[in-house]
Design a protein around this ligand. Structure first.
Ligand SMILES: Nc1nc2c(c(=O)[nH]1)N(C=O)[C@@H](CNc1ccc(C(=O)N[C@@H](CCC(=O)O)C(=O)O)cc1)CN2
Ligand SMILES: Nc1nc2c(ncn2[C@@H]2O[C@H](COP(=O)(O)OP(=O)(O)OP(=O)(O)O)[C@@H](O)[C@H]2O)c(=O)[nH]1
Ligand SMILES: [K+]
Ligand SMILES: [Mg+2]
Length: 447
């Protein structure tokens, strides 16, 4: 039993700055008593009361909406009182200081969420979603995290865990009671079930990696020979003159990266140095850099100058398109169509445009591709920690296959237990207080 007395904690939950309302949160066993000292009135659970707030010298400091959430029916699972006071930093600070004067302690970053976790109100995957939602940089990210916050990943974890436990149950019966080998049909059945679980986990890992851009932003590389208008396109996409544009071939020397939102998506555009015939080392480096940019991107925009016949430098780009067309979404753009069309490229359906006039056909195409990435029902892992846990579970299941074939049931059970622990750690790690401190310590203050 934990005999340590839990502190009552307080913090400002809203952003530090000028806004119309600021919220101060108070959580812990003394929350109600402390709240009554500042409001001088009783509070009914889950009612929005308009109350006058007083400081310790009995001066009026604000008129605020005060809500009491009685334990365990609160965000933290403890008694919680919220003060929704007038915005700006001065009033909220006075309210906070008064709460501290009456015996509350200033919360550590993430301490409200940590308490919610320790009291079983949220699991770790939900806590992670809360932390990330606050920092989401696109609607895509916020939507995926809202699904996780609702417990989607937690249900997936629970399902896989139960399947593994069921397999383990067969074995345990056999370790204890049977001298002879597992019946062949049972062994086969277990192998099949493990295979299904493996496939399911591998699919989740794969689609999470492929859709990392939903959280972090998708990468789009712009490649092409010199002077096709790559930097002009970057500037048009960003709506400001980020990159130097000139009629001198080889203007862009190093890759330039910049992010912009397209609809609900966050996109990071990468403008590269033009690919030229590799006569010297520096130019070969240019080709290698473009290859790297392609490999690191989700979508490739390959630019050609429509007003000039196809040149051997363009052929290098076409070769790259052929090489990567099965792995990447590639959009071929024939730029400078305002100067007329001289180029012909076979077997490719390009978008013809003039970056100087209108890039909306390209933006439309990008939006269609990005929408298709975002439109997914699949379970997505959103942190390194979650990806590592699934990877570990997969490895443990893999390691269990041979002992199962050999009838070494204890070794088999050991590995399946490893897999169960690994997958379970996504929501409920074997309580290591260090891990929890580290995780919740990265949260914002007041969360
Ligand atoms: N004012 C306010 N808005 C907020 C929060 C908050 O703490 N305060 N949240 C903070 O992140 C988020 C909402 N999350 C919350 C989660 C649970 C409970 C809660 O009271 N849970 C109780 C009762 C459930 C119910 O009535 O259905 C419980 O789980 O028992 C409150 C907020 C976003 N908006
Ligand atoms: N007429 C016309 N000129 C364009 C268009 N787009 C770009 N240009 C011009 O083409 C030249 C090259 O443009 P850049 O954007 O520097 O080309 P780049 O592909 O980044 O060139 P490097 O960085 O040297 O590889 C500039 O003079 C631009 O003004 C267009 O749609 N029409
Ligand atoms: K140029
Ligand atoms: Mg350039």
């Amino acid at each position: 039993m934990n005999l340590e007395k839990t502190d009552t904690i307080a913090a400002i939950a809203t952003a530090h700055g000028v806004g119309s309302i600021a919220i101060v949160r108070l959580s812990g066993p003394e929350a109600l008593a402390i709240a009554q000292k500042i409001t001088k009135k009783a509070l009914k659970p889950r009612f929005a009361h308009l109350r006058t707030l007083y400081n310790h010298q009995n001066e009026i400091i604000d008129q605020a909406i005060v809500i009491y959430f009685k334990a365990p029916h609160s965000f933290t699972g403890e008694d919680v009182v919220e003060f929704q006071c007038h915005g700006g930093i001065i009033v909220a600070d006075m309210v906070l200081r008064t709460l501290l004067y009456h015996g509350a302690r200033l919360a550590e970053p993430g301490e409200f969420s940590k308490r919610a976790f320790l009291n079983g109100k949220i699991d770790l995957s939900e806590a992670e979603a809360i932390a990330k939602i606050i920092e989401a940089k696109s609607e895509d990210a916020a939507k995926i995290l809202a699904r996780q916050l609702k417990g989607e990943l937690a249900s997936f974890v629970e399902e896989v865990r139960e399947q593994l436990i069921r397999i383990l149950a067969y074995v345990e019966v056999n370790i204890d009671y049977a001298e002879e080998d597992l019946p062949v049909d049972l062994q086969e059945q277990m192998q099949n079930q493990l295979e299904t679980i493996s496939k399911n986990l591998a699919k989740t890992l794969e689609s999470s990696k492929r859709r990392e851009g939903l959280i972090e932003g998708f990468k789009v590389a712009i490649i092409g020979k010199p002077n096709t208008g790559k930097s002009s396109l970057l500037n048009a996409l960003l709506n400001y003159e980020r990159a130097i544009v000139s009629d001198i071939a080889g203007t862009t020397r190093d890759t330039i990266e910049e992010s912009v939102r397209i609809g609900s998506h966050l996109v990071r555009f990468v403008d590269t140095a033009g690919i030229r015939e590799a006569q010297d080392t520096i130019e070969r480096i240019g080709v290698e850099r473009s290859i790297k940019a392609i490999e690191e991107s989700d979508i490739v925009i390959a630019m050609f100058d429509a007003s000039r016949p196809l040149e051997s430098e363009d052929q290098k780009i076409i070769d790259l398109i052929q090489r990567y067309k099965n792995e990447k979404d590639i959009i071929v753009v024939l730029n400078k169509i305002d100067l007329g069309k001289e180029i012909t490229i076979e077997d490719i359906e390009p978008i013809e445009l003039s970056v100087k006039q209108d890039i909306s056909p390209l933006i439309k195409k990008l939006q269609t591709i990005l929408d298709s990435y975002a439109n997914t029902e699949e379970i997505l892992l959103v942190s390194r920690r979650q990806i590592d846990a699934v990877t570990k579970a997969l490895e443990a299941i893999d390691a269990a296959k041979i002992p199962l074939e050999m009838g070494e049931l204890e070794i088999f059970a050991f590995h399946i237990n490893e897999a169960i622990a690994a997958i379970g750690s996504i929501t409920r790690p074997m309580e290591s207080s260090e891990l929890l401190d580290k995780m919740f310590g990265e949260f914002c203050l007041g969360k």
